[in-house]
Design a binder for this molecule. Sequence first.
Ligand SMILES: C[S@@+](CC[C@H](N)C(=O)[O-])C[C@H]1O[C@@H](n2cnc3c(N)ncnc32)[C@H](O)[C@@H]1O
Length: 283
Amino acid sequence: MSAVPSSLAPSPSSNPNKALWEKGDFTRIAATMRESGESLVRAIGVTKGMKVLDLGGGDGTTGVPAAKLGAEVLVVDIARNLVAAGTRRAKDEGLANLRFQEGDATNLQGLKDHSFDLVVSIFGAMFAPKPFDVAKEMVRVTRPGGRIVMGNWIPNDPTLVAQILKISASYTPPPPEGFISPMTWGLETSVVERFAGAGIPMDRIAFARDTYLFNFPGKPSGFVADFRKYYGPTMNAFDAAEKNGRAAELQKELETLFAAQNRNAGAGVTSIPATFLRVTVTR
Ligand SMILES: C[S@@+](CC[C@H](N)C(=O)[O-])C[C@H]1O[C@@H](n2cnc3c(N)ncnc32)[C@H](O)[C@@H]1O
């Protein structure tokens, strides 16, 4: 695999996208997503020796299972703390074929053209600004005949994550002018437009609705507490809500949502499915 500079991303203070994901500790949420990460990697046909780039891969929810299947995996993520956590996981699991690297999906400088068989980005690259640049970079580093698989939350979808993000946004000050919502990656028309800008015709893009399951070993209110403490977008919403005296209202709204969506009500554990748009691009 190509050599990559040790840091591809600007400092947190100058980059709000990076600051958002370094603010909390996403590993605490990712721990509830492992089962679906494994299923997804199996479903998309990761095989031994395949060169895989996992973009916005966090601490390895999909990177670890892909490496366990024998792929050569590079996880690129903008958050320094998640890169460190992923590197520890790879070491603990004895996975010499799994590397974590700090970098920005909008500019994958240091990664060579056509160097991956598969680029995976599950709820990762959708959070980067400049979506047209992100599509171009993903296409650039994928080999002809290779694939890009994205998992994107869907705007206004009634299930968990789309609703958390919607509720959180309603308590947070409006974003700066020109800000493009990450949720637009969940709209097929936007996806087609962005990949068209990278030279990919529509007939090479396939869409499917898929489900991720969040498994938390406690009550829904405990899971809400983790989002409040560790998940950047929800942390920002609570920061703003506290200033406006609305934190209790936000807490209640989220607890109602989590309790209503829990499939294991009464069992003392929480299991919540969330729908996403799975995008497959053939290069
Ligand atoms: C919701 S988390 C998902 C992480 C991981 N894919 C998983 O399923 O556990 C979003 C991830 O995208 C990363 N991210 C956000 N913006 C990024 C960017 N511009 N470039 C690379 N990674 C980014 C965050 O640091 C975070 O790890």
